[in-house]
Design a protein around this ligand. Sequence first.
Ligand code: ATP
Ligand code: SF4
Ligand code: MG
Length: 348
Amino acid sequence: MEIVETSSEDGVARRRAVGEPVLELRNLSVDYGVGESAVHAVRDVDLTLHRGEVLGLAGESGSGKSTLAYGMTRLLAPPGVVAGGRVIYHAPGSEPVDVLQLSDAELRHFRWAQTAIVFQGAMNSLNPVHRIRTQLTDVIKAHEPDTRPAERLDRARELMALVGIPDDRLESYPHQLSGGMRQRVMIGMAMALRPQVVVMDEPTTALDVVMQRQILSRMIKLREQFDFAVLFITHDLSLLAEFADRIAIMYGGRIVESSPSADLYREPLHPYSKGLLGSFPALRGERRELTGIPGSPPDLRAMPTGCTFHPRCPHAFEPCSVQRPLLTVAAPGRDVACWLHATPDTED
Ligand code: ATP
Ligand code: SF4
Ligand code: MG
């Protein structure tokens, strides 16, 4: 286990123990449709999630964040199709497996017991005819049949405490809870089997800001106890700057920057990351002027040539509209795809 030290914008050194890789995406590409009319929603994504790490994934609407989450967990609905790549999962004490090659039975186990997923609007997937208690304890029973009923009930109470709901609400039916409470129950349910990886796609947007922060800080504490990894997808970079260890920024289906969150917050390398940060009020430290990003996200059916951000980039220069910059190491622990941080090929 490696200890990494990063300093945040308020000068506080964060010490994090970063474990071995738990999930590795290699060249992952996802399309909607096939043939010439296919939309390339995710392109050649390389991303590693380490044990015990919170990795934030941010980008404007349509940049491919949810497609990535659905693709890597094989939850894509047609016409979505994984067009290439590998998703390597390192189960504790076992050989690594490619999630894209698992049988249906192996996949069911992987999805619940190894990886838990909370999607936006997940609250609507609670069963309306069963009490919350039954739904939580049934999940535990289905995957851990040897547990005793009293133990399962204790765990259900713990999960309710985790998401800040009084445990007498275990006796409620879903319709007796507010939308925010139902969403919190789903987050608790995702944690029920103590998974290795938790994928959260905008899981807290239905909640108020105070509740979002409370749930996230509880998850961080729990993460320290159980050492699971989190892939947290959101529009809200200020939330990530506070809770994520590392942030990956997506634009037009590709990762354009991946940096420790404190570094990204202090000095974003990619002009798009800088623009995204300028779209949110600063959480602490110096006030930033809110600038936003001019123009609109690219049309996936007619992507700009070269760097796909060039039509909107205030720093675009000669090679940008012609050659696409690859994601390369710009500083220790920092990868960026931008010609400002690399040398374009020159012809002899
Ligand atoms: P948001 O922040 O709004 O959730 P996102 O980053 O999660 O956006 P995705 O939902 O992954 O973006 O969508 C990526 C791209 O794929 C978008 O351009 C979208 O229009 C396209 N897309 C999504 N679903 C389909 C579909 N079923 N058929 C065709 N294109 C689709
Ligand atoms: Fe801007 Fe060029 Fe960097 Fe793209 S490669 S982000 S256009 S400077
Ligand atoms: Mg989405």
